[in-house]
Design a binder for this molecule. Structure first.
Ligand SMILES: Nc1nc2c(c(=O)[nH]1)N[C@H]1C(S)=C(S)[C@@H](COP(=O)(O)OP(=O)(O)OC[C@H]3O[C@@H](n4cnc5c(N)ncnc54)[C@H](O)[C@@H]3O)O[C@H]1N2
Ligand code: MOO
Length: 390
């Protein structure tokens, strides 16, 4: 059996960055920037007042000085003239600072009678002017790859970038397999359960930028599974769930082999997730996840999320695991790397007693995966252990 690190490298080798598409700025949040974008203007485009007050010459600014107000500058309406000695222009936040002025005294420091103003309080040194291009200037570049957050969208809008080149979303087809499965909302027979993995995986993979499509459930027959594979054949990544193990009804390996899947590996030394398989099927990468619901979710967290990142052209360097002291002891681990469902609190981390890979209620309560190397010895309270936050 290969290690988790080897499996990760083989899975990444099945992927390549996808193409680039232009989307309107309004649709760009959450997408991954694929090419550099460049500001088309200076911001602010002129020296602008940062306060409501009066614009004048810095050399004349001192307490008790008097000025004549000769006009007004508001945001969107500049003052068309020059401020001369002894003159001031009423100015508002965001307005262009008029020619001849290089200081804005805030209105709280001014008293006004008709067109005459007096600086009533000590005005300080701050000129209350934002320099032209102080935020960004023509040619300022945002570089890819970058997962675009609301903050980036606001900046691109200010830069006057109405369309954004982003990485095409990887299309992921999710195929649940099994005669026992029905969709949420349907009435299951006495020997049936509700499909859960496709829904959990769709939610998970959409958060990292995939376009996830749930295929019809494949039944435990060769024909049904083949038909479903065909339906999924245009996807960038086909993910099957279940039918990966060694039982008589576990058809994913034989059927995908019959369809020409070039296998990359089968089985990984990890818990849960041992019967993971992967390869290339037509033009799609294919991953066969184990059916146990927690195994499928953890394998997707560890393996499929990085594949999506690779297809989006993002960095796939693994982030370092975090460390926390144990708040409950751990028995010795076996020969497989173990991703234990665990809970963090301010004192440290504890794995749940029940690590059955069918228990979604335990997974849902977990906020971390405590990662144990193969053959890790028993660990006592207080010892540091590695974990991955969920
Ligand atoms: N003799 C052996 N038996 C098993 C082994 C083994 O090595 N030798 N490995 C076990 C491990 S570990 C796992 S993990 C499972 C994986 O089996 P499959 O991938 O073949 O999954 P299924 O048998 O189809 O299903 C397992 C379990 O999960 C439920 N399931 C499947 N798909 C879904 C879904 N989409 N949503 C919700 N639940 C799902 C299914 O009903 C089964 O209960 O094999 C062990 N056996
Ligand atoms: O590999 Mo299984 O996923 O341990 O339950």
């Amino acid at each position: 059996m290969i290690t988790v690190t080897q499996a990760r490298a083989l899975l990444l080798a099945l992927t390549a960055p996808l193409g680039v598409e232009d989307v309107p700025l309004i649709r760009a949040a959450g997408r991954v920037l694929a090419r550099p974008v460049t500001a088309r203007r200076n911001q602010p485009p002129f020296a602008a007042s940062s306060m409501d007050g009066y614009a004048m010459k810095r050399a004349e600014v001192e307490r008790h000085a008097m000025f004549k107000v000769i006009g007004e500058a508001a945001a969107g309406h500049s003052f068309n003239g020059t401020v001369g000695p002894g003159q001031a222009v009423r100015i508002f936040t965001g307005a262009p600072v008029p020619d001849g002025a290089d200081f804005v005294v805030i209105q709280e420091d001014i008293t006004r009678t008709g067109d005459l103003i007096t600086i009533a309080n000590e005005p300080g040194e701050k000129d209350n002017i934002r320099a032209e291009g102080g935020d960004f200037s023509t040619g300022t570049t945002i570089s890819p790859p970058l997962s675009l957050r609301a903050e980036d969208i606001a900046l691109m809008a200010a830069m006057n970038i109405p369309t954004v080149p982003v990485a095409r979303k990887p299309i992921v087809a999710l195929i649940s397999t099994g005669d026992e499965l029905v969709m949420p909302g349907e009435t299951p027979g006495p020997d049936q359960i509700i499909v859960s993995n496709t829904f959990g995986l769709k939610a998970m993979l959409e958060t990292v930028g995939a376009d996830v499509r749930i295929m019809p459930i494949a039944r435990d027959t060769v024909t049904s599974l083949k038909t479903t594979f065909e339906l999924a054949s245009s996807a960038d990544l086909i993910v099957t769930i279940g039918g990966a193990s060694v039982g008589d009804h576990d058809l994913v390996a034989p059927v995908s082999a019959e369809l020409g899947m070039e296998r990359s590996f089968y089985k990984v030394a990890m818990r849960p997730g041992k019967p993971l398989m992967a390869g290339k099927l037509g033009r799609s990468a294919m991953v066969g996840l184990p059916g146990n619901p927690v195994s499928a979710m953890i394998c997707a967290e560890i393996f499929i999320k990085p594949m999506i990142r690779a297809m989006l052209g993002q960095d796939t360097t693994q982030a370092d695991l975090m460390t926390a002291p144990l708040t409950a002891p751990l028995a010795a681990n076996g020969p497989r790397e173990h991703y234990m469902r665990a809970q963090l609190d301010r004192n440290g981390i504890a794995a749940f007693d029940n690590q059955d890979s069918a228990m979604l209620s335990v997974l849902a309560r977990a906020d971390a995966l405590l990662v144990r190397p193969a053959n890790d010895p028993a660990r006592a309270i207080g010892e540091p252990v590695a974990y991955l936050p969920l």
